[in-house]
Ligand binder design. Structure first.
Ligand SMILES: [Zn+2]
Length: 291
């Protein structure tokens, strides 16, 4: 999701977009712009710049920092990053982004930082187009984009042909879950308490156990992990209810609260696995214009 204010600035600049950012040329330099929690940001990747220019840029930014009111500026690993802090309500005007871009361009030009209106890979100036590689926008020539496409296709094929170790991963995840469940059940048994916090440890250790067993992410992984988590959470809860439902030491309300927390954790972790547990597969495609 890109914030509407960022979208409207990017749209006027005729920029392109990735899933969560916008990017494009501004006076010959490629800038990326987006938003995060309570802030908006602009960054620029300064490739092929020598150390002296980087030091000069750092010094100039330091000298001119009063121009960038309420903006944090960071220059690290050849990425110049500006973050515009804002409160709960978005408050930064379009003009502020444009002023920041204008100041940056002026600084870059004064320091003779080369323009970036050429291929990001080879520097060619013709047949350029905008692409999206791993959610990072870039300008590439036809030949470099074809090479990049081949590279990405090849790594996808490699990933598909890799052994996913479902069995070893599942056994290791099951072992980790057994261990945590045993600790949960034993500590409840001997202390007469429910310890709902253990329900958080089960998904964590199931995930870790799968990794320790060499399990890779494939199309069955989420189902396997979801089943192991549900089974162990259910088994522990069944045991705890069975032990305490008539116990004078544990009031029914604390037993029900503990059970409710565990069920929520179980449900949220399974949903989390379904939506966010993904192999970081390479992605490369033509970028769309912001609309
Ligand atoms: Zn190129």
């Amino acid at each position: 999701m890109i914030h509407t204010r960022i979208k409207s600035v990017a749209q006027r600049l005729n920029w392109y977009r990735t899933k969560d950012k916008t990017f494009g040329l501004y006076q010959g330099y490629v800038f990326h712009m987006g938003d995060g929690n309570g802030m908006k940001f602009i960054f620029c990747i300064l490739k092929n710049i020598d150390n002296i220019t980087i030091a000069n840029l750092q010094a100039t930014l330091e000298l001119r920092k009063s121009e960038f009111k309420n903006v944090n500026i960071k220059l690290q690993d050849r990425i110049l990053y500006l973050s515009f802090e804002e409160g709960i309500f978005p408050s930064i005007r379009r003009s502020k982004f444009v002023r920041a871009l204008d100041s940056l361009v002026e600084i870059f030009e004064n320091l003779d930082i080369p323009k970036q209106d050429s291929c990001f890979e080879c520097g060619a100036e013709e047949d350029l187009d905008y692409y999206n590689y791993q959610q990072m926008g870039m300008l590439l020539c036809d030949s470099c984009s074809s090479k990049m496409e081949e590279k990405v296709e090849l790594s996808l094929l490699e990933w598909k042909s890799e052994e996913k170790n479902y069995l070893k991963g599942s056994l290791s995840a099951g072992f980790a879950a057994t261990l945590i469940s045993a600790i949960w059940i034993l500590s409840s048994y001997y202390s007469n308490k429910v310890f709902p916090g253990f329900s958080l440890l089960i998904p964590y250790f199931v995930n870790k156990g799968y990794e320790w067993g060499g399990g890779r992410i494939g199309k069955w992984t989420i189902l396997i992990l979801a089943l192991i988590i549900t089974f162990f959470e259910g088994m522990c809860l069944a045991f705890i209810f069975d032990k305490f439902h008539n116990s004078p030491d544990v009031p029914l309300s604390s037993l029900l609260n503990g059970g409710a927390i565990s069920l929520w954790v179980c449900m949220i972790s399974v949903i989390w696995f379904f939506f966010f547990y993904k192999e970081n597969l390479p992605e490369f495609y033509s970028a769309e214009k912001v609309n």
